[in-house]
Every structure is written in C-alpha cells, then in structure tokens.
Design a protein around this ligand. Structure first.
Ligand code: KIV
Ligand code: ZN
Length: 390
C-alpha cells in the first residue's frame, strides 16, 4: 500500500506562545520560524495578528522570511480580524487564513448567546470573506470535541461550500477519548458535503494526557493534517507534541502515513524552544526529554550494552541524540560499571570489577548519581587491590 502524507501544522508560535510566561519577541519568533521551516513543517501558524501590534509585526516578518512552509494567521469569525490577518500575511509566498467559531452547545449558548443556525451562517460568511483575500482558508470549529457530530457535519459542509480548503476539528478542551475522536473524523469523512475537496485536520489538547493518541486516531480515520507544537506546549496542559506524532508515524510503518519532518533536527529544535521560551522539558518527556534514551537499572543496562534494541524502540541518532546513556546509580549492575569504566580508560578484569563494584555500591547508596569524577576516585582509591596497572 502506498504511503499517504500527513501535513504537519506547527502552532508553537500561536497556541504554544499563548502559555503564560512563554511570550516571545519578533526576533525570537523569526529564529524559531526559520528553524521550523528547516525542520520541514508544512504549515507555520505564525500568530493571531489582530491580537496585538507585536503579533501583527511578527506575522508580517515571518511571512517575509519563510521560504517553504505555508504561513498561517489565526482570526475569529470577525471581518476586522480577517482583514488584519490578510494584511499581515501579504508578503507570504503561501498565505493561509485560519478562521472559525465555537460550535459546541456550551460555546453557542454561553460564549455567543446565539443559535446553531446563526453560527452556521457566521461560519460560512467568515470563510467566504477570508476567500476574498487568500485562496487557502482553514476553518476551525472550536470545541468540536464536544460538538454533536451531525451538527458539526452541517457546519463543516457550509464552510466547504463557502470555499474552505482545510477543516480543523479541535478537541479544544482535551475531552475526547481516542476512539471517540477517531469516530468523529470518520463520521465527518462520510457526512460532510464536498469532503473530497478538503483536508481534515486534528487539533488536540492534552487536558487528559490524550492529545497525541487522539491526533493519531484522527489520522488513522482519515485526517491528513495534524496541528501540534514542539515539546507539546500550549494552552493549559498543552497540545499534541510534534516530535511524538512524527516519531509514532515513523516507528509504525504499517500505518502507511508519513511526514516531511527531518527527524534528526528534533532534539535541537526542542532545546531551542525550551531556551527561548524559558519552559523546560520534563526529563521523562517522550523523544526529547533528558531521560528518553538514558538507562539506569542494572537489568536494562545489561540488555542495552548487549544490544540497544532490547530496551530502545528508536535509534537515538534518528532524533538528534548522540547516543544512549548508561547512568550509574545504586541500581546499576557490574556490566554498566565495566562499560562506564572502559569509557574513561579502565579495562577492569573480572576480579577487579568485583572489588570496584563493592566500593561503587557504598558510594552510590549515598547519592543520586555516580558521575565520571566519582568513578575515577572510586577506581583510583581501590588501585592498590587491583590486578590491572592503572
Ligand atoms: O484549541 C482550539 O480550539 C484552538 C482554535 C483556535 C484552533 O486553538
Ligand atoms: Zn488550541
């Protein structure tokens, strides 16, 4: 079966930058946009131009800079938002306006004090208005995750009729289960009028830790664009993490879904975003966390030293990590100790290893990790009892 392309829509500079404390200036945004373009993302959501003069300027400058990716600006279903976004995007080689409105019962009632019929009209009007400025118009049905599927299909059909090129189905509150979100995408594939002319997009939030699983369920059921952020940053608990969806698709070739991402750049860009935003990545974060390729228990270390694949499903080099690390702790075994000793120049015999291991355990019990200097001291301190000539 032929592989199908999943477009990667990066919203680090919009949904990601909404996070308190993560605000970036234009210079930082340009640096990140350039790195995202080099990473191979298909779409860069550069900002929400009407939200502030600073964001307008950033979207304008990013539009001038980006060479390959589509540059996208967010709007509400409001004429002035759309005009301002069009102005900010005017230098983009491939501009896209991303416009939309809340479609769930709670959004219609409490946010807009409106009716389902009026929301459909407003959605179609916004798309048609955006089409006056650009060909590529993405429509979002905010809180689609909690929107009744039959009604959602009607809103989406109206958006397609008005000229939408992409339909974004956000699980804005991170509520859906993967089966439910996948079934929603399947339903839309089967019921939206004109669906063959457009691309369905997943935009999932992580309130229940399901953002990545939901996006993958969406792709399996026919979505062909995934909206995501580097390190999974975004409103509240964040968005689908780019590095996770990309590596899931790559590690599961049977899904027949591929992306254009240069995976070797993943660690570098993750570190860049963490530094620029001051939002550090948890050590156990999949793919890019400090411990993602670190092994500390004796059983795992022994396996990895014999063959990396015993405990690693990803080759660290594929995501830009130099090599797996064998961390020395009180849970480490003899093979890890011998391996690390060899790396710093000590070839221990079996008898020597027994002696050094006892000293190592005494020390390791008193600290969290035994680092290179400690190991030197332990071996040098045991020197008089060893066979080898250090
Ligand atoms: O989560 C959401 O619904 C959004 C939309 C504005 C696309 O970010
Ligand atoms: Zn969002």
């Amino acid at each position: 079966m032929k592989n199908e392309q999943i477009e990667i829509f990066d919203t680090t500079l919009r949904d990601g930058e909404q996070v308190p404390g993560c605000k970036l200036n234009t210079e930082q945004k340009l640096k990140i946009a350039d790195a995202l373009d080099n990473l191979g993302v298909d779409v860069i959501e550069a900002g929400f131009p009407v939200s502030s003069p600073g964001d307008f300027k950033s979207v304008t400058e990013i539009s001038k800079l980006v060479k390959n990716a589509v540059v996208c600006g967010l709007t509400r279903a409001v004429k002035n938002d759309i005009e301002v976004a069009a102005e900010a995007l005017k230098y983009a080689r491939r501009p896209r306006i991303h416009t939309g409105i809340g479609t769930s019962e709670s959004h219609i009632k409490f946010k807009f004090n409106s009716t389902p019929e009026k929301i459909i009209e407003q959605a179609a009007e916004a798309v048609a208005y955006a089409k006056k400025f650009v060909y590529d118009v993405e429509f979002y049905a905010e809180d689609a995750g909690r929107t009744d599927n039959a009604y959602l299909a009607k809103v989406c059909s109206a958006a397609v009729k008005a000229g939408a090129t992409v339909l974004n189905i956000p699980d804005t509150t991170g509520y859906c289960l993967p089966d439910e979100y996948g079934a929603k995408i399947k339903y839309l594939k089967e019921h939206v009028v004109g669906i063959d002319r457009v691309r369905l997009s997943c935009h999932c939030h992580n309130d229940l830790g399901l953002a990545t699983a939901n996006a993958i369920a969406g792709a399996i059921n026919g979505a062909r664009q995934i909206e995501c952020t580097i390190n999974g940053i975004g409103e509240r608990a964040g968005n689908t993490a780019l590095e996770e969806v990309v590596m899931i698709l790559r590690q599961h070739p049977a899904l027949n879904l591929t992306t254009n991402i240069k995976t070797k750049n993943l660690l570098g860009i993750s570190k860049m975003i963490a530094n620029e935003m001051g939002m550090f990545v948890q050590a156990n974060k999949a793919i890019v966390g400090d411990n993602a390729f670190a092994h500390s228990s004796g059983i795992h270390q022994d396996g990895v030293i014999k063959n990396r694949e015993t405990y690693e499903i990803i080759n660290p080099a594929d995501v830009g990590v130099t090599e797996s690390s064998i961390v020395l702790t009180a849970r480490s075994g003899r093979s890890a100790l011998a391996y690390r000793a060899k790396k710093i120049g000590y070839e221990l015999t079996k008898a020597d290893l027994d002696i050094v291991y006892l000293e190592f355990l005494k020390f390791a019990d008193s600290c969290k990790e035994v680092v290179e200097n400690d190991l030197h001291r332990i071996i040098e301190g045991s020197k008089s009892r060893l066979e080898i000539n250090i």
